[in-house]
Design a protein around this ligand. Structure first.
Ligand code: SF4
Length: 300
């Protein structure tokens, strides 16, 4: 290529870059959020801009306005990270940055309660009377988990109150635990209307709070009560009878499963298998902790 031709190519390239800069504000790299825009400069003017240089007059900068984007969409859409409730966003280069929420940084259950008690992440906030966080010893060896607050819990703001709660207290006492020595909570913190089963999306929305509670308590053993709680947390469709009598894993914590006290009120025949489950739970607890449990009562 002759020197004249080479100079011409260089000149054309510089011209192109200069024009590109005018139209697109210096953005030579396009990310996937970029919205194509209609040039607002008359085509004739554009053509003039790309004509070969004829004279010094042609090289003077033209007064071309930077076109505005139509219907700009928010950049960096913020999808929810299902596993921990954090918000994920992509930067200009497509790197995924996880924005952690305030409550994820707390170091006590009390702080966590204060941060999340006005939660509106699922529709249940609209019908709840009270947010039901949980109750018990923040450093408990044992955590008892149910599915969701019922009517009494919703009114009082505490899990496992009412008749089912009283029966749970008796089961715990017969096993050797005082209610205040364990931590009691539900997967959902707001009551589903009419005590219906939690929807999968409600469990997904609320489970990060449960995970944070478990991290702060760090129990030795978890007792899951009821088929719905077991299905939701262990992500299984196995019947309760298949889940009982085994040790399951939830994110590194050992989990045992038994009937929900409310189910025992409906069907007292399930008290016997529940008691068998609790004897196994007690043996496992004593084995793990080296502590000996003494029954507080034998009334179930
Ligand atoms: S159930 Fe959980 S996620 Fe839904 S509003 Fe209540 S606290 Fe928030």
């Amino acid at each position: 290529m002759s020197n004249d031709r080479l100079n011409d190519v260089i000149e054309q390239t510089e011209k192109f870059v200069k024009n590109f800069d005018k139209f697109y504000g210096g953005r030579l790299y396009l990310d996937k959020d970029f919205i194509p825009i209609e040039p607002q400069v008359p085509t004739a003017e554009l053509e003039t801009e790309f004509q070969p240089v004829q004279s010094a007059e042609d090289t003077k900068p033209k007064s071309i306005k930077k076109p505005e984007q139509k219907n700009p969409e928010p950049k960096n859409p913020e999808p929810k990270n299902k596993d921990n409730g954090s918000v994920a966003a992509e930067d200009f280069f497509g790197n995924v940055e996880v924005k952690r929420e305030d409550w994820e940084f707390v170091e006590t259950l009390e702080e966590l309660n204060n941060k999340i008690k006005d939660c509106k992440k699922c529709e249940l906030w609209k019908t709840r009377t009270n947010f039901v966080f949980g109750v018990g010893d923040p450093k408990a060896d044992v955590v008892v988990i149910g599915e969701a607050p019922g009517a009494d819990e919703d009114i009082q703001g505490e899990p496992f109150v009412g008749r089912a709660g009283q029966l749970l207290n008796k089961i715990l006492a017969a096993t050797g635990f005082k209610r205040e020595e364990v931590y009691i909570l539900n997967i959902l913190k707001s009551r589903p209307p009419g005590n219906r089963n939690p929807l999968p999306e409600e469990v997904d929305a609320c489970r990060p709070y449960l995970d944070k509670q478990l991290k702060l308590i760090n129990p030795k053993l978890i007792l899951l009560v009821g088929k719905v709680a077991a299905e939701s947390l262990l992500k299984t469709k196995d019947p309760l009878n298949k889940l009982r009598g085994k040790t399951h894993d939830y994110k590194g914590w050992k989990v045992r499963v038994t009937f929900h006290p409310a189910a025992l009120l409906r069907n007292p025949n399930w008290k016997r298998p529940t008691w068998e489950d609790m004897l196994q739970f007690k043996a496992m607890y004593e084995d793990i902790t080296g502590k000996k449990l003494e029954a507080q009562s034998d009334d179930i």
